[in-house]
Design a protein around this ligand. Sequence first.
Ligand code: ZN
Length: 363
Amino acid sequence: MKAWRFYAFGDFRLDDVPVPVLRPGHVLAEPLCVQPSVTEAQLAFGIPTLAYARIKRRLETEAPVQLFGHEFCARIVEVGPGVIGFKPGDRIAARAKLPCGTCPLCISERGFLCRQGPVIGFDLPGCFCEIASLPECALVKVDDRISDSEAACLQSLSDSVASVQTAEIQMGDSVAIFGQGSMGLECLQIARISGAGLIITVDVREESRLISKELGADHALDPRVGDVAAAIRDLTGGNGADIVFECAGGSPKQGLAGTQTVRDAMAAVRSGGKIIGVSWFGEPFELNVDLLRERSLRYLFPDISTQAHLEHTVRLVATGRVQLRPMITHVLPGLESVPRAFEITANKGQYRAINPAQVSLKS
Ligand SMILES: [Zn+2]
């Protein structure tokens, strides 16, 4: 079969490799639609971000190696011994970070806190190939009302569900969201159906602000017009928002907002309020922690998404409560398009992409 293998950062080739062996508790599946996550697209070109050291080590010791591809929709072709929840023909998506199953957290039913287990695409091969081997414990069945293209977004959506759950929104809480890329737009829609009151979003891109308004934002602000934190305080009666999601930060080289949105989030949240840090920055930066201390701010980070979060995403998209179509801006045909999808996804600002660029593999 054909599979993309990495020889070094920035050097990936479409190789002929053996079809994976079907193991107990696993399925073999044919990818229908797959997209690089932003993290994967950056790592593919050697841009420092989450898991950089781990990928560098694998490239140095194991190359050529199949990497990435944890955001996908696939169809099962064969199930291994012990698989009980799935059958050939089922369409599936998956969560990426898996519990190890043996550590003290896992055996005390707190596997969602475990960081010892494998990650699909980083430790296990993902779906930039013709046939993938996937563990049953990662999978969810995709509802018929969800397209392949939408299903490829469910993994990322499950992280947004986990992010909103971390906020523990109370009925009527005001919510501000910095960044209306795919995760920001997902957090907006999930917050809206999870009890949020006034919702204010912020993005420099006019097209993102328009989609944001269509998907339920009460106000979609352009941060280049005046003091955006002051505008949010004005709209929330002077104190600031109860909850602020920071989904915009990251390297300006990739069209992201740098670290200013963290300071803006701190200025836009009310005292005692919560900032949910969704962004990855790729490198350390300075932050005046005394400002958090002085105003009793909670700077929280999302839990790993669980099987329950992933199953909830299927419900949300199948019933139309969360819409993904408006943010899917680039769909490319065939496995040969994978390098182009990485290029667009690593530089979304330049290509005016909102969701990562998808690769459609339907024959
Ligand atoms: Zn564990």
